[in-house]
Write a protein that binds this ligand. Structure first.
Ligand code: ATP
Ligand code: MG
Length: 197
């Protein structure tokens, strides 16, 4: 099982390509997308309502029979820590081998994550290349090498931050996010233009 954690505010094609590449690379039965509850690294900015982020993730993944979405993080109170995500998923899927999928930026931060040593017992980590972020081997030196794999994926210089800013500036997000997500954002007026003062 792949586990793709993220804020998904909004979900975009960079997330979907990473999940699809890792699914195929490791021949995974399924990739579970797990939208975060309150992301502790992002306490400094307004994150969209969890239900919006959850529904955009469902819309974006609906057509892929190997993609599913889990509510474990959004239904747990308090900030989301990956250690809790993995513990909850392991309880629900005791026989599964978990592969936690991250981009190079997130993998680089892993030692600031809570309970890092236990993380590597609960799951293997798959770091995907991401334009604009270098992964130097030194950062990975403390990670048990049999528990982490780096995978080169087609480069998509897309971020949720850029998608939000585009909407706020009145610019398109077509083809950066799935069509249904473009329509969902418009329907609910997410990321409205900031009033000019
Ligand atoms: P934000 O700009 O709000 O931080 P983001 O685009 O980084 O959003 P997240 O929800 O923070 O998206 O990321 C979830 C996971 O997806 C992280 O592990 C991140 O590294 C990875 N990821 C996001 N965008 C890409 C991309 N374009 N290529 C590869 N991995 C990505
Ligand atoms: Mg991010």
């Amino acid at each position: 099982m792949g586990v793709m954690g993220g804020t998904f505010d909004p979900i975009h094609h960079g997330h979907l390509v990473a999940a699809s590449e890792v699914q195929s690379w490791f021949d995974l039965d399924e990739v579970i997308f797990v939208p975060t509850g309150a992301p502790w690294q992002k306490a400094d900015r307004e994150v969209s309502d969890a239900e919006h982020r959850y529904l955009m993730t469902v819309i974006a993944t609906a057509a892929n029979p190997r993609f599913t979405v889990s509510r474990v993080d959004i239904d747990r109170d308090g900030p989301t820590f990956t250690i809790d995500t993995l513990r909850d998923l392991q309880t629900r899927l005791p026989d599964a081998d978990l592969y936690f999928i991250t981009g190079a930026d997130a993998l680089g931060n892993i030692f600031t994550w809570r309970d890092a040593p236990e993380l590597f017992e609960l799951a293997r980590f798959v770091g995907c290349t991401r334009p604009g972020y270098e992964l130097d081997e030194e950062m990975l030196a403390d990670i048990p090498s049999e528990r982490v794999t780096l995978v080169e994926i087609p480069a998509l210089a897309i971020s949720s931050t850029d998608c939000r800013q585009r909407k706020q500036r009145g610019e398109p997000v077509w083809y950066l996010v799935p069509d249904g997500v473009v329509q969902y954002i418009a329907k609910h007026d997410l990321y409205p233009a900031e009033p000019t003062s």
